[in-house]
Design a protein around this ligand. Structure first.
Ligand SMILES: Cc1ncc(COP(=O)(O)O)c(C=O)c1O
Length: 372
């Protein structure tokens, strides 16, 4: 049996044609026309006025936090169960992440824990839609209004998903996406910031481009970064965007197939298919093992690896990150739901190129491993 990768993208649309166009015209840097086209079309698809393409989804969050002017003395409420990029951006800006636990069914931040964490220092709530279901946004938006807080929306995993029919990525004062190859659409490496606020967009454009000023080249009044996306990446992105709706349908079918094959196993939790506000998009097909399996994520993944099936562990929680603990952050903080998820959770092969046959093999091998 051949190896089943955890993720393989589909690049069989207009990607080659648009890339050839970049090469034929010589436009390969960030100055090329595909960047603007991709920004405009992506933002429109996400229900936003403005898009700022950057070189990955992590720096998109850095730019978002800085553009909002969040810094020393400020607090930002966010989930502990997420990728390090979310907390890193807050800490690098000089602010403090304030964490909440995960919800056991949706795996997103438990929105009922947010209000208790709001202090005089709170400036923003960073919502992160995790793995397939969006955060229940309405109550979060109400809190933001009540306490006058910004919403930073990390929609890195959520292209094409909706909350009550509205696109994910349309809820933040500023929202961000990633285009890493495991995402619904990819540019190899890449990210996007979207917003309706021209001032924030301008700040992000400036931060992305070393804070150059048009009137006097190479004179800088502020410090920025080179976060630019190349025309080559944007060309791939545009071709991918053309197929987003199709990819979303495919992902949902893949998730439903896994669910139909795994739903009768007692000792695991599988993703819930829908909530009152969204249908799961199954960015990745995650699983939580129960202790009765006698396995944890690490052992189950090793066993699947022996069967040539690649998997990935769930996120390691922000409050348990050695790098932050070394800084004296999150000492003695406990988030039991997320702690269990980090140890017992992992995801199965979930890339867009995965076939039905491969899904069937993965499910069969996994069931056998649980019976051992
Ligand atoms: C929720 C979330 N935020 C941010 C990122 C960072 O994106 P990138 O890998 O493009 O830096 C990821 C990446 O997978 C993610 O899952």
């Amino acid at each position: 049996m051949s190896f089943i990768p955890v993720n393989e993208p589909l690049l069989n649309g207009n990607e080659k044609k648009y890339l050839n166009d970049c090469i034929d015209t010589g436009w390969i840097s960030s100055e090329g026309p595909y960047v603007t086209k991709f920004e405009e079309q992506f933002a429109a698809k996400m229900g936003r006025k403005l898009g700022i393409a950057v070189c990955n989804g992590s720096v998109a969050i850095d730019a978002a936090v800085l553009a909002l002017g969040i810094g020393k003395g400020d607090e930002v409420i966010m989930p502990t169960f997420t990728i390090i990029s979310c907390a890193a951006a807050i800490i690098r800006a000089g602010a403090t992440p304030v964490l909440v636990d995960a919800h056991p069914l949706t795996w997103n931040m438990d929105i009922n824990q947010i209000e208790n964490k709001i202090t005089k220092k709170t400036r923003a709530i960073m919502v992160v839609h995790i793995y397939g279901l969006p955060v229940d946004m309405d109550p979060v938006l109400e809190l933001a209004k009540k306490y006058n807080l910004y919403i930073i929306e990390d929609a890195a995993e959520m292209h094409g998903q909706t909350y009550k029919g509205k696109p994910c990525g349309s809820f933040g004062d500023i929202s961000t996406f990633s285009f890493y190859p495991n995402k619904h659409i990819t540019t190899g490496e890449g990210g996007m910031i979207v917003t309706n606020n021209e001032l924030l967009a301008e700040k992000c454009r400036s931060l992305r481009n070393l804070c150059f000023i048009p009137s006097k080249r190479f004179v800088h009044y502020e410090l920025g970064f080179n976060f630019r996306m190349t025309n080559l990446q944007a060309a791939v992105g545009l071709a991918q965007l053309e197929r987003l709706d199709e990819f979303v349908v495919k992902k949902r079918k893949m998730g439903e197939r896994y669910t139909s094959l795994l739903k009768d196993i007692n000792n695991i939790s599988i993703p819930i298919g829908r909530t009152s506000y969204a249908e799961n998009i199954y960015w990745v097909y995650g699983l939580l093992l129960k202790p009765e399996t006698g396995l944890d994520a690490e052992r189950a993944m090793a066993k699947l690896g022996q069967e040539k099936i690649a998997t990935r562990p769930f996120f390691w929680n922000i409050h348990e990150q050695p790098v932050f603990n070394k800084m004296g952050l999150f000492k003695n903080e406990k988030y039991p739901i997320a702690e269990d998820m980090a140890r017992m959770g992992f995801y199965l092969p979930s890339g867009l190129a995965l076939t039905d046959e491969q899904i069937d093999i993965v499910a069969e091998k996994f069931k056998k491993i649980l019976q051992q």
